[in-house]
Design a protein around this ligand. Sequence first.
Ligand SMILES: Cc1cc2nc3c(=O)[nH]c(=O)nc-3n(C[C@H](O)[C@H](O)[C@H](O)COP(=O)(O)OP(=O)(O)OC[C@H]3O[C@@H](n4cnc5c(N)ncnc54)[C@H](O)[C@@H]3O)c2cc1C
Length: 413
Amino acid sequence: MSDNGAPRIVIVGASLAGVHAAQAIRRSGADAEIVLIGDEADHPYDRPPLSKQYLGGDWDAEKLLLRPSKDPDALGVEWRLGTDAVGLDLEARTVRTLSMDDGPDEVGFDGLVIATGARARRLPDTDGLSDVHVVRSKADADRLRAAVADRGGPIAVIGAGFIGGEVAATFRSAGHDVTMIEAAEAPLTRVLDAEAGMMIAERHRVEGVEVRLGVGVDGFEIDDHGDHQHVRGVRLADGSTVEARTVVVGIGAIPNTEWLGGSGLEIDNGVRADATCLAAPGVVVAGDVANWDHPRYGRPMRVEQWDNGVDQGGYAGRRILADLAGEPIDPFDPVPWFWSDQYDWKIQFAGIAGRGREIIHGDPAEGRFAQLYLDEGGAPCGLLAVNRPRHAIKGRQFLTSAASADEIRDALA
Ligand SMILES: Cc1cc2nc3c(=O)[nH]c(=O)nc-3n(C[C@H](O)[C@H](O)[C@H](O)COP(=O)(O)OP(=O)(O)OC[C@H]3O[C@@H](n4cnc5c(N)ncnc54)[C@H](O)[C@@H]3O)c2cc1C
């Protein structure tokens, strides 16, 4: 409780989901004190441009900022930036923090929103290698931009997922020699299907990226200069070496849950929560860190996508207020949605991939098409659209309303 008797809601993670939770609480008109805790020193910014416009130098840092960062006081929260949450005591209802400037502290809460996101997975034994980069934060993108400006190419991108693909496209479009290395036989098999992954791989090849599929990374060729080391190449498992002066690793993300160790919350691929994103009484999760029981798919799901950060963040704000008021709320049941920009391809995907699939519109060879995915029972479960935004939006609406495959084919052919 705050001094004036209003409930205090603490939000940990001052980024996309956390900010949308705060906005939803403020928009509800509820009389609540909000404390927003974030370990980054910067006011919240958007991550998608970090591998696209910002990395390519088309956008400046100002353009990255989320809207509330442009007028931080207007959000009506107590900002605690540069502050790590380091522990949670559910019984005492406190979050332990460690601030860069003010040292350790404890913040009491009536309601807690956990929105600590995820961090980039790194390759083992690369900590001391300054030429090996990841892209998760603005600081990462700044370091990578500076490194490429300083050392130039060739550039090796390890991992042909969405972030790897975007980084490769950004640097190739800027004229660098780029090799993309992927251990699986095709890119994006975890998200889409091998055929769609190969279409994207082909798009990179046409642009002049060397795409190496089905081969893992064994290590790095290093030039040792005594006080510092530089990468000269990436050694692959097939015995070959890819020449590289800068390496970018895009091999997935790990949810930030370490600070919750010993708290009693269930940690399993993120923070586990029920269908209303409640992890414990008075504790709600949102965004990349949330692994909630997704009602639509009947299984736990963790979604690392921008739209989900916005929607689940907003839902978390309403959810925590409902919890504090003892009121019921509908479960969080969205059709997931993401986009990725690579060269002139705008790739948009709604739902989840299924075993069955068919092109229902356009032609992949022309770089404009829509592909419908069907689940094992033959029901539509996903829609991939390349350079067909209307199909993507309509597809999501159809999937949300559980339209039949025929309805979708008829409307989008
Ligand atoms: C380079 C890049 C490109 C992307 N492009 C796309 C795209 O094109 N399309 C798409 O749909 N999605 C994209 N995404 C994904 C999207 O940006 C994420 O889904 C979104 O950022 C998730 O928001 P979040 O608030 O849950 O987590 P995050 O944005 O990860 O924010 C979590 C915040 O919590 C902080 N934090 C972590 N631990 C603590 C702690 N203990 N104490 C205090 N603070 C803590 C973190 O530092 C961070 O500031 C991209 C992501 C990246 C990195």
